[in-house]
Design a protein around this ligand. Structure first.
Ligand code: ZN
Length: 299
């Protein structure tokens, strides 16, 4: 599932493709739960508009349009936002599986695969007046969301978000967690507490801070919260720097792969030796999410 770093990498790479370009046409798949705004309304609202800013709120991408309205995108579990001119072995492999791109027998090097074609999972396509590359949103499992908000309209999905995890503050987390019996891991995943933290980076930050994920949030000390906040900021920034984690269907908009999955110290390493002390990493389900931790380094 794309988390804050993947969404931020997507934002940085898609912004130059989107900003300032007049949208002439919007193609969508049929109405479904993917569209919080019905496709017909979306097509009318976006035609002729230009995006003036692309912001990130937690795991949401928010494009501000020149008429004051906003286009809100959420990548869900398997959402991909990319340029129709992208070329990536991963993207193209996924495309070849799903986009019905056939490799002709006289094309052993797969040159034909270099052209992406939309398929039934390509739910949103923005075409621009300059006839340059289109921006596509594809989502095989359709847990992603597209929402258009008129100028001045608010939405509780955005309103309920806490401060951005890149600006996590130990003092604020300490204050917010007093009296809370929920596990510190579940507390960190609550988007109203911190926007953008997901499973991978919560596990990595708790390891970095030496705090066990199942501890009650209200029992974590001020000093430990300072360490958790610092570790969160560090792992998120490092992941953005390396292009995010390339997991399942996540692909950066230009098709480049992220490399953060090679730096994970506990996430998805159950049974493997802790990189700090050699003790086998444990996996435990907390609040229906699997958590990974070192029983020796984390207390
Ligand atoms: Zn350890």
């Amino acid at each position: 599932m794309p988390e804050l770093p993947e969404v931020e990498v997507t934002r940085r790479r898609i912004a130059p493709l989107l900003l300032g370009r007049a949208i002439v046409e919007v193609a969508t798949t049929r109405p479904s739960y993917f569209f919080l705004t019905p496709p017909a309304r979306l097509r009318r609202a976006l035609a002729g508009r230009r995006a003036v800013a692309l912001e990130r709120r937690g795991k949401y991408l928010v494009a501000r349009l020149d008429d004051g309205s906003r286009l809100v995108l959420h990548l869900g579990m398997t959402g991909q936002l990319f340029s129709s001119a992208a070329s990536s072995p991963r993207l193209l492999r996924a495309s070849a599986r799903a986009l019905q791109v056939r490799q002709p027998p006289d094309d052993p090097e797969g040159r034909a695969l270099r052209a992406l074609r939309p398929d039934e999972h390509t739910h949103l396509r923005l075409r621009f007046a300059d006839d340059g590359p289109e921006v596509w949103m594809r989502d095989a499992r359709k847990f992603g969301k597209v929402l258009w908000l008129a100028a001045g309209a608010s939405d509780e999905r955005l309103d309920r978000l806490g401060p951005d995890a890149l600006e996590a503050s130990g003092a604020a987390l300490f204050a917010a967690s007093r009296g809370r019996r929920v596990a510190v891991k579940s507390f960190l995943l609550d988007q109203a507490v911190l926007a953008g933290v997901g499973n991978i980076y919560a596990d990595e930050a708790l390891f970095g801070a030496g705090v066990r994920p199942m501890r009650a949030a209200g029992r974590v000390t001020r000093a430990e919260w300072e360490r958790i906040a610092a570790a969160l900021r560090r792992v998120l920034a490092r992941s953005i720097e390396t292009g995010g984690s390339s997991i399942s269907d996540y692909v950066a908009p230009d098709g480049r792969d992220g490399a953060y999955q090679d730096e994970r110290r506990v996430y998805d390493r159950a049974g493997a030796p802790c990189l700090a002390c050699g003790t086998p990493i444990r996996r435990r389900v907390i609040g229906a999410r699997s958590s990974h931790y070192c029983p020796r380094c984390q207390r």
